[in-house]
Design a protein around this ligand. Structure first.
Ligand SMILES: [Fe+2]
Ligand SMILES: [Fe+2]
Length: 172
């Protein structure tokens, strides 16, 4: 498809975001298996069901626009997944994997926030006000998840610090 108009770009970015959400969905499943923290697991599970709904919202956006998504791959989301796979290949300790995965999840959510912020703006600029609410719904979920992941990372970091202190004291 040639990208001649801002509307073409909007449709292309929407297709790209569907691809990103499918990649994110796979990652959310993997991360649930890798965490040993019940709060992290619950947050990932919750966002997994939100992500399924986000994909449905994007399908609805295409329907309302009278268009079909193009087959495309979101290279950025693929890259984020590769970062995760590379970390795992480095044989991290369980704590390092936990912290690394939370940092990666925060990066992913911020990427999604940027994507939906741009899509909402494009929809407004193109006068497609019907689809703004659907895109904003996804955007708000990403913002919420970014906050959740960041506070979980803080908590896990704090626990790790306390654990290391205890170890040091036991050794001295
Ligand atoms: Fe998402
Ligand atoms: Fe997300």
């Amino acid at each position: 498809m040639s990208l001649a108009t801002p509307r073409d770009l909007f449709l292309h970015e929407l297709s790209d975001t569907i691809s990103a959400e499918h990649i994110v969905l796979t990652m959310l499943g993997e991360l649930q298996h890798e965490t040993s923290n019940a709060d992290v697991k619950a947050a990932l599970k919750h966002h997994e069901s939100e992500t399924k709904q986000q994909i449905k919202n994007l399908d609805k956006v295409f329907k309302q626009l009278g268009e079909k998504p193009e087959e495309t791959t979101c290279h950025a989301a693929e890259g984020l997944k590769e970062e995760h796979d590379a970390l795992k290949e480095e044989d991290p300790s369980p704590l390092v994997l936990e912290l690394g995965n939370l940092a990666g999840a925060a990066k992913t959510e911020h990427y999604e926030i940027a994507s939906y912020t741009a899509l909402v703006q494009m929809a407004k600029d193109l006068g497609e006000s019907d689809v703004v609410a659907l895109l904003k719904e996804n955007l708000d979920q990403e913002k919420e998840m970014a906050k959740t992941v960041e506070s979980l990372a803080k908590q896990v970091g704090k626990d790790a610090k306390a654990e290391m202190k205890e170890l040091e004291q036991a050794e001295s």
